[in-house]
Design a protein around this ligand. Structure first.
Ligand SMILES: [Mg+2]
Ligand SMILES: [Zn+2]
Length: 202
């Protein structure tokens, strides 16, 4: 069975997008925007895509500076490189090839990766989305459209994993995704790190 894994907060211990925004965008700018966007996301008036576009429009740092920061600060969960070698997972992320690839290179692995692209600009980053079509299930562009064919295991932690996880044959979840699945009454197994995941998948 194919294994599909989210990147931020799942492979990585912390969400690298949040790490980046909190480091490079002034709190006085970021915090009110985050509160407003979180409220909009919770009551359904804006999409996850709107949130990312508005947050990254506040980021004016260079790609070199962001990559250097992430190489220093982004940590992957235990057992990730071995897991990639053994299971050939697909990494499916709403963040960016430009910020993910350097961390993968640091870890010495080249997993299959489907992610969006960042267009860093000094006037605010823009996002080049892989897919623009709305998902028939959740009504907004989501990860479901990038899933492989056939049965799959989904491993994730957050909002952007919800719709794709619901399409999976087996789900490993933590944090916000686990809470969401609890609310929905959907069964899942806990995701801790890649050693435990490898054992669970046998
Ligand atoms: Mg995530
Ligand atoms: Zn969807």
């Amino acid at each position: 069975m194919q294994i599909v894994i989210d990147w931020d907060g799942t492979v990585t211990e912390c969400d690298t997008l949040m790490l980046t925004l909190r480091h490079f965008v002034a709190p006085a700018v970021l915090e009110p925007l985050e509160s407003e966007l979180d409220a909009g996301l919770a009551n359904g008036t804006i999409t996850h895509r709107d949130v990312m576009e508005q947050e990254f429009a506040m980021l004016t740092a260079s790609l070199d500076d962001v990559v250097a920061f992430l190489l220093d600060r982004a940590r992957v969960r235990a057992g990730f490189p071995e897991f990639v070698e053994q299971f050939d997972p697909l990494i499916l992320s709403s963040s960016f090839h430009e910020t993910i690839q350097p961390v993968l290179a640091r870890e010495g692995v080249k997993p299959r990766l489907r992610a969006n692209h960042a267009e860093p600009r000094s006037s605010g980053w823009r996002i080049r989305w892989v897919s623009d079509s709305d998902c028939a299930t959740c009504g907004e562009p989501c990860k479901r459209g990038s899933l492989p064919g056939g049965p799959f295991v989904y491993v994730g932690d957050g909002y952007s994993d919800r719709c794709a996880a619901l399409a999976a044959d087996r789900i490993f979840a933590r944090d916000g995704l686990a809470s969401y699945l609890d609310e929905q009454g959907v069964p899942y197994e806990p995701f801790v790190d890649f050693h435990e995941l490898a054992r669970a998948l046998g």
